[in-house]
Design a protein around this ligand. Structure first.
Ligand SMILES: Cc1cc2nc3c(=O)[nH]c(=O)nc-3n(C[C@H](O)[C@H](O)[C@H](O)COP(=O)(O)OP(=O)(O)OC[C@H]3O[C@@H](n4cnc5c(N)ncnc54)[C@H](O)[C@@H]3O)c2cc1C
Length: 301
């Protein structure tokens, strides 16, 4: 009998299996496809990493700890898993996105810089910013390679003694007398505990467990740079988030993307840093909302 069986070896399951095995538990990890396959949520070449989490400041310590673990994994695997590129959150100074970003940065004591509209345009001309756009720059943000992270975590789990099975869809999960039973390929694996890391397949193994969840397909897209690709590389172009209002106040994503490309093509790269550093402090409150006079050259969020 195992201590833990982890069902699903995407981003969540692979890291869980690694950490449980590293903590000394006897672990089985079961994946229906292959390690790092393209059919789950963790596929593709890149994922944003940031510690400023406008989704909720309570996530900041978790994000900080997760980067420590990824860097540990990078050292163990000898493969590049994380590239620091810095990160930008762009929006109006009095809008909810920037407000929540600053609250998260302050609560988590995350280092950041405040960029006024002119400074945002000077430093990052690749973005066709609105006249009233400000930005919060997070120097510690960057990009993770999810498939490589999963492969490295599974390898680390195996080195720590985990038994990994791929091509093994779990057909049934039963709670028995003080333990769980997992049926895969006609075999039953017993464990003290099961971790369900099945992502979008989440409730398949829990019939009778009802949650108002809906599975939705979500795709990654990459764009070819119209100008020098180095302008969009990690040294010059931080990972970015912007306000969704750009897509709802008249510009469709398609026209937005087109406008952004032509705007970037027409603009030269700016040189150097001219920013005023206000690390860890909140910018002065705005008394009135700046006018939005230029709607041309919008970029997608
Ligand atoms: C397009 C896109 C962009 C994203 N961008 C970001 C980003 O920039 N930054 C960020 O932090 N997050 C981002 N996310 C979210 C992040 O990628 C996901 O939260 C994360 O990958 C989820 O991992 P997971 O392990 O829960 O799911 P998955 O990777 O889907 O893993 C679930 C695994 O369970 C397996 N499984 C399911 N059922 C069974 C079964 N019965 N038996 C055996 N195995 C089973 C599946 O095959 C799969 O491998 C993005 C997600 C998407 C889709």
């Amino acid at each position: 009998m195992k201590d833990v069986i982890v069902i699903g070896l995407g981003a969540m399951g692979s890291m869980t299996a690694w950490q449980a095995a590293a903590a000394g538990a006897s672990v089985a990890g079961v994946e229906q496809f292959t390690v790092g396959h393209s059919r789950g949520s963790s596929h593709g070449g890149s994922r944003i990493y940031r510690q400023i989490l406008f989704e909720g400041k309570e996530y900041v310590p978790l994000a900080r700890r997760s980067l420590d673990l990824v860097m540990d994994l990078e050292r163990r695997s000898g493969r590049p898993l994380f590239t620091r590129s810095g990160g930008l959150v762009i929006g109006t100074a009095d809008g909810p996105l920037i407000r929540d970003t600053l609250a998260s940065a302050a609560a988590g004591e995350v280092e950041y810089e405040w960029l006024e509209p002119g400074e945002l345009r000077r430093r990052y001309p690749q973005h066709a910013a609105f006249d009233d756009d400000v930005a919060v720059y997070e120097p510690g943000a960057g990009v993770l390679r999810p498939e490589a992270c999963i492969a490295a975590a599974v390898a680390a789990a195996e080195r720590a003694g985990a038994e990994i099975r791929t091509g093994s869809p779990v057909e049934e999960l039963r709670v028995a007398d003080g333990h769980v039973e997992v049926v895969t390929g006609g075999e039953t694996i017993r464990a003290a505990r099961a971790v369900l890391a099945t992502g979008a397949w989440g409730l398949d193994l829990l019939p009778g467990f009802s949650l108002p969840l809906r599975t939705q397909r979500s795709c990654l897209s990459w764009f070819r740079a119209a100008t020098d690709p180095a302008e969009y590389g990690p040294a010059r172009f931080p990972r970015s988030s912007g306000r969704a209002a750009r897509w709802t106040d008249g510009a469709s994503p398609t026209s937005t993307a087109r406008a952004s490309r032509s705007a970037s093509a027409a603009r030269p790269a700016s040189a150097g840093w001219t920013g005023r550093r206000t690390t860890g402090t909140t910018p002065p409150p705005r008394t009135s909302r700046p006018s939005r006079t230029s709607a041309a050259g919008r970029s997608p969020a």
